[in-house]
Ligand binder design. Structure first.
Ligand code: ADP
Length: 282
């Protein structure tokens, strides 16, 4: 009913907000502790941009603004580097652009400049027609926990850690970031990151196959052994959605008993459980 729906929407929004805070804080402390690692794998820069835009299109649409992607010139089919970190940078910048734009558009531009033999500088820019940032705030916007001053009553969500994280991620990869903005007109954030050219044949396709659950799954039987109610609930929902038959056990002892009466094709078992742990049960 309407009331439950409203409450669920509030819970959902709040948990999303909380998740963002936790993620930002986690990333930030990892960066501070010099514990951040970058992968070196082949990826398609155009594909990453398209994916990020596809993910955020819905959010932009909800606000009545358009989100588009444009690439200029020749873009290498593959680069070597960390595609997930690149995605993280873009999601953050586009997220801000959508958040601070009430009408108009947000555009992601992609360009690649050759910078040596088999080397490129990927130039990305996120442009919006939003509220912009004052000259004074622009000086400090990359500092931790800074949020631009807004007229009273305009409560801002967020941690003020997004841009500092993006800046660190860009710089740790040998890149540069710059921001231009005019109050009331819009903002443009430009990022350049150097990459070695990659091999398109080594690009792993991810994501797409997730929705296709093999029919075989519906003929296997699974045992879930976990004392954590949340994990069990999550697994239960996933397996139900996939049409998989499953049995539940709350500890290793129950798991062993269940396996004595039935042959399971797969056992998903926690290690730390009361009465009998997962290793002993295995
Ligand atoms: P957060 O978005 O979590 O507050 P950020 O570090 O990502 O933190 O951004 C810091 C501040 O910079 C924001 O609070 C906002 O005031 C300003 N800002 C960032 N991006 C934009 C943008 N595209 N348009 C207007 N203001 C922006």
């Amino acid at each position: 009913d309407a009331e439950t729906r409203e409450l669920v929407t509030i819970i959902s929004r709040s948990s999303l907000h909380l998740k963002n805070i936790v993620n930002d804080t986690h990333d930030f402390s990892k960066i501070e502790a010099n514990k951040i690692l970058f992968e070196t794998i082949d990826f398609s820069p155009s594909e990453i941009c398209r994916e990020v835009v596809a993910i955020q299109k819905y959010e932009a649409k909800g606000k009545g603004i358009s989100l588009t992607f444009e690439q200029k010139g020749d873009i290498p089919l593959a680069l070597l580097g960390d595609p997930l970190r690149l995605k993280q940078i873009l999601i953050n910048l586009i997220g801000n652009a959508i958040k601070f734009t009430a009408q108009g558009f947000v555009t992601l531009y992609l360009n690649a400049k050759e910078s040596g033999e088999n080397r490129y500088r990927l130039a990305l820019s996120v442009e919006d027609t939003g509220i912009g940032i004052s000259g004074e705030d622009l000086q400090i916007i990359f500092e931790e926990f800074v949020q631009a001053k807004r007229p009273a009553g305009n409560k801002q969500r967020g941690t003020g850690l997004g841009l500092p994280i993006v800046k660190k991620l860009v710089e740790l990869q040998g890149g540069e970031i710059a921001i231009k903005s005019e109050q009331g007109k819009g903002t443009r954030v430009m990022v350049e990151i150097p990459y070695q050219e990659g091999n398109p044949q080594n690009i792993k396709i991810t994501g797409q196959e997730i929705n296709m659950i093999p029919g075989l799954f519906q003929r296997i039987s699974v045992l879930i052994a976990d004392d954590d109610e949340y994990n069990t609930l999550l697994l239960r929902n996933i397996l139900k959605k996939w049409g998989v038959n499953f049995t539940e056990a709350k500890n290793g002892k129950e798991a062993v008993e269940a396996s004595e009466n039935h042959i399971f094709n797969v056992i998903l078992m926690d290690i730390h459980m009361p009465e009998m742990g997962g290793l002993e049960a295995a």
